[in-house]
Design a protein around this ligand. Structure first.
Ligand code: 13P
Length: 254
């Protein structure tokens, strides 16, 4: 049984005051939430502050990135050990914004996946096609290429207790969400692909959708059997809207 997983990716947003207020407002309502895993990924500099503000709340913390190295002369980087040390459980990797702005390749992302598994953190592996690739009918091919970068080097077992976030690049921050029934087709395709290697792993893997998720499209998204969760960007910066998305997940998936 897969528990719905709702993660807020704050990206490069916030300050001390916003971290405190947003978390305070989320925590006020968390007692009413059952059966879901809820997480937030603030900027790395605020993770410790966030952990303190969460104060034993069931909300889990994620980082937005990790380095491939564990220590050494890598100025400006943060290691998986360090993230674990400050209480982080999940790490977003392969986000299209890092693929584009930081030139992260499938190979680098596979290395990050591997190091997270080694240290005992849970990767949230982002995959998805650009508008051009979608127009060319290459969505499935792109997703499989991004999954295969890990599958072919680390085997299907590496996907045990991990999360895949399907985020079509063209839908991120644009207000243009993919049609939920289309997302369902793609998620089922991904699960079936993993199923061919290992049924148990395919059945337990969490497949999130990300890209302009709001309180308005959450209901239809969570009505699809293979949409196990959402990775929310902009809408996760408003506690009221994020809580509405969580409540919808709880109602639709219970
Ligand atoms: P938006 O919800 O702002 O489209 O961002 C999605 C995203 O990139 C989450 O990782």
């Amino acid at each position: 049984m897969r528990r719905p997983f709702i993660m807020g990716n704050w990206k490069l947003n916030g300050n001390k005051d916003i971290v405190n207020k947003l978390i305070f407002n989320l925590c006020q309502k968390m007692n009413d939430i059952t059966g879901c895993v809820v997480g937030i990924a603030p900027p790395v500099i605020y993770l410790e502050r966030a952990r303190e503000a969460l104060n034993n709340s069931p909300i889990v913390l994620a980082a937005q990135n990790v380095d491939v190295h564990l220590s050494g002369a890598f100025t400006g980087d943060i290691s998986a050990n360090m993230l674990k040390d400050v209480g982080i459980r999940y790490v977003i990797i392969g986000h299209s914004e890092r693929r584009v702005w930081h030139k992260e390749t499938d190979e680098i992302i596979a290395q990050k996946f591997s190091i997270l598994k080694k240290i005992g953190l849970i990767p949230i592996l982002c995959i998805g096609e650009t508008a051009k690739e979608k127009a060319e009918g290459r969505t499935k091919e792109i997703c499989i290429r991004q999954i295969d970068a890990i599958l072919c080097s680390q085997g299907v077992d590496a996907f045990y207790n991990t999360v895949i976030a399907y985020e079509p690049v063209w839908s991120i921050g644009t207000g243009k969400s993919e049609v939920p029934t289309q997302v369902q087709i793609l998620h089922k395709f991904i699960r079936d692909y993993i199923m061919k290697k290992d049924k148990e792993i395919a059945n337990q893997i969490i497949i999130q959708y990300g890209g302009s998720v709001t309180n308005e499209n959450a209901e239809e998204l969570f009505s699809q059997p293979d949409i196990d969760g959402v990775l929310v960007g902009g809408a996760s910066l408003q506690a009221k809207v994020f809580l509405e998305i969580i409540t919808i997940a709880m109602e639709k998936k219970s």
